[in-house]
Design a protein around this ligand. Structure first.
Ligand code: WT7
Length: 649
């Protein structure tokens, strides 16, 4: 093999669900006969009516239709809770670790989870929520977020979680786009010792929504909120009065489980729709195999439930497997940079799953913070969200894993529901920076970006597509199937287009090289450059804006904005601060530009198209090789931008 590789130890492989020989055999079987493979694994779910059909999927433009187990009937919440009660009712389902150190952690058993979810489901029913209705969840990382998700699943409502870091405008947009009848929020979200006023954000959002939208409020911190009688409902109080039983509604396999909004290359985020059975099967199976989860293990995914990682690997995957899953309200650096490792020690975490940006931030604080904690229970380490640079990989391996824990670098997307390419810890020799090889049932292909032709040589690079459907695949864009087809199936006919660039090495290992569309990856969060641009131009002083990504030591990519001001407006530092604040309120703190450059003009073609390639090069401080600039309408614009660039090294 080329590059330095890290094979699994014999001891690990021996006790793992999947070793190298099993991987080869199962992967081959999953591609040769997907129906047989998935039908067998789907037996691990609890079906109310068994399915007779397995896969029924077309990627053909104009006719894209994806179904799995389409005549089966089941309930996702019953699969995550009820079926475990007999064997593990008293086992901890969720460990909740609060933001501050004074509040005690909670251990919520499967029995307790059942009761809370039923009570919350009854509260939703009492609000008139029915099968198929949308419920927006805007909550901190508290157990009620899990109860709310599973309560929706129990009664067949479709949840749509909005990350608590999003602004009132972004929240209103998602409530309106999904046509939600209810939003569930909390008084405040404590994080890193500070509190975000979620209820007042929700109040501001609801000014732009239908009067009929009800607001269920979790009184979490007890902080002061304004209260609108008739609209606002104290959900904990209602839960106490509600019945602790609520039948799980039989749902069709293809009924939508949730909508999750994600950024794309246009200004308006799209509502990614996931199914019930296929999604749950895929989240559960990847959780079990990729982290080599065994009964009794404590699993911790540090993501927020507001992102797909939290959906699949805090809630649905682990609970489908009857696991103990840890939910952490806080941040890695509060009260200090050892918090992650203290939590691992305190709760004897066995599998730990986080993002490269967090690893890089903690790496910068020094290894003392890790070394003072007992991490001997760790068995597997995982990463997700962006390519991990070898320095961070090595630090994770040496300092956190003491060189003996396999690292799984999992590549996937909101759209894919679960991991598509990843090592299996007992099977796959890893290489720092590579997501290695495909999971069962996944057929990655690398296409030539110009011709769309499949690159059949082992060593290849180009755009990454997937050849055929897998159960966890998104089914549509909420309310806009045409956009679904156009975004994912129109550029390369017959394939699912991921939006990522990719290289395959001589060993057949995959290396993600980053997005090839106008999407950037900031601290593992996906941001559409067009979204930030529309926020900027909505400001009265801004005439035009162009946003690109640039390499950032901690965040992976930073947000670089070129802004052309209205005639007569003075470019001042105050205005720059004002614009940063503006974007924070329009979208949320994660969208705040890191660098804003005043641009008297933007480089455009004669037909008026902004040449982003040039802007990217300047932002990357790589302006020596701008490439062909002959199609520019006014080449002098570029000289000014280079002269005044913000990213000078
Ligand atoms: C994009 C998807 C899926 C959960 C988190 C992000 C990038 C994700 C990796 C990885 C290299 C990665 C890709 C992908 N990405 N994981 N292990 N190695 N790149 O979900 O917000 O939907 O973003 O994140 O560019 O397309 P998302």
């Amino acid at each position: 093999m080329s590059d330095k590789t890290y094979p699994p130890s014999d001891a690990f492989a021996k006790n793992a669900h999947i070793d190298a020989a099993a991987y080869d055999k199962m992967y081959a079987a999953s591609i040769k006969d997907p129906d047989a493979f998935w039908s067998e694994h789907a037996q691990n779910l609890d079906w109310i009516e068994p399915f007779t059909k397995v896969k029924n999927a077309s990627f053909e433009m104009g006719n894209v239709d994806i179904r799995w187990f389409e005549d089966g009937v089941l309930n996702v919440a019953a699969n995550c809770i009820d079926r475990h009660l007999k064997t593990r009712g008293d086992q901890t389902a969720i460990i909740w670790e609060p933001d501050d150190l004074e509040t005690p952690a909670l251990h919520i058993t499967y029995n307790e989870l059942h009761e809370k979810v039923c009570r919350m489901a009854n509260v939703l029913l009492s609000q008139g929520i029915m099968r198929g209705d949308r419920v927006v969840i805007y909550l901190p990382m508290i157990p009620e977020a899990a109860y709310a998700m599973l309560a929706c699943a129990r009664i067949g409502a479709v949840h749509s979680i909005v990350f608590a870091g999003f602004s009132p405008d972004a929240l209103a947009n998602r409530i309106n786009n999904s046509g939600a009848k209810v939003v569930i929020t909390a008084d405040e979200a404590p994080r890193g010792g500070r509190k975000t006023a979620l209820k007042s954000n929700t109040d501001a959002a609801l000014l732009h929504c239908d009067d009929k939208v009800r607001c269920l409020v979790v009184k979490h911190t007890g902080g002061q909120t304004t209260w609108i009688d008739g609209r606002d409902i104290d959900v904990k109080a209602q839960m106490e009065h509600a019945s602790p039983d609520c039948p799980a509604r039989p749902m069709n396999a293809e009924d939508p489980l949730f909508i999750l909004y994600t950024s794309g290359s246009t200004g308006q985020p799209k509502g990614v729709v996931h199914s019930s059975a296929g999604y749950l099967l895929y989240a559960g199976l990847t959780h079990r195999y990729v982290f080599d989860y065994h009964d009794g293990d404590v699993f911790w995914c540090t993501a927020d439930v507001g992102w797909v990682t939290g959906h699949s690997y805090i809630i649905y995957g682990p609970l489908a497997n009857g696991a103990t899953t840890l939910m952490f309200e806080g941040v890695p650096t509060y009260p200090d940079a050892s918090r992650f490792w203290q939590v691992c020690e305190k709760h004897k975490v066995n599998q730990f799953y986080t993002a490269p940006t967090a690893i890089r931030a903690l790496m910068g604080q020094g290894k003392e913070f890790v070394e003072k904690c007992d991490l001997s229970d760790l068995k597997v380490l995982g990463t997700v969200g962006e390519p991990i640079n070898p320095e961070a990989w090595n630090w994770y391996n040496d300092v956190v894993g003491k060189g003996t824990r396999p690292i799984v670098d999992t590549w996937w997307q909101t759209e894919t529901g679960g991991h598509l390419m990843t090592p299996l810890p007992g099977a796959t020799p890893t290489k720092p920076g590579s997501c290695t090889t495909p999971f069962f049932g996944i057929e990655p292909v690398i296409l030539d970006p110009q011709t769309g032709e499949e690159q059949t040589e082992t060593e290849a690079s180009g755009v990454l597509c997937i050849k055929s459907s897998w159960p966890g695949q998104m089914r549509t864009v909420y309310g806009d199937h045409e956009r679904f087809e156009k975004t994912y199936f129109s550029d390369y006919k017959g394939y699912y287009f991921t939006g990522d660039g990719c290289r395959r090495d001589a060993d057949g290992y995959y290396w993600i090289t980053g997005r090839v569309d106008d999407v950037i990856n900031v601290s593992g969060h996906r941001m559409g450059t067009a979204e930030v641009e529309s926020a900027l131009v909505a400001h009265a002083d801004v005439a035009e804006a162009a946003v690109v990504g640039y390499p950032h030591d901690i965040k992976g990519q930073g947000i670089y904005a070129y802004v052309t001001l209205m005639n007569g407006v003075e470019p001042t530092d105050e205005l720059r601060k004002d614009l940063e604040k503006w974007v924070r309120t329009e979208i949320g703190p994660i969208a705040k530009p890191d660098l804003i450059q005043w641009a008297p003009g933007l480089p455009k073609t004669r037909s008026g198209k902004i040449m982003r390639r040039i802007l990217r090069k300047i932002a990357e401080n790589d302006h020596a090789t701008l490439g062909d600039t002959s199609t520019l309408a006014d080449p002098s614009v570029v000289d000014d931008l280079i002269e005044n660039r913000m990213n000078r090294k």
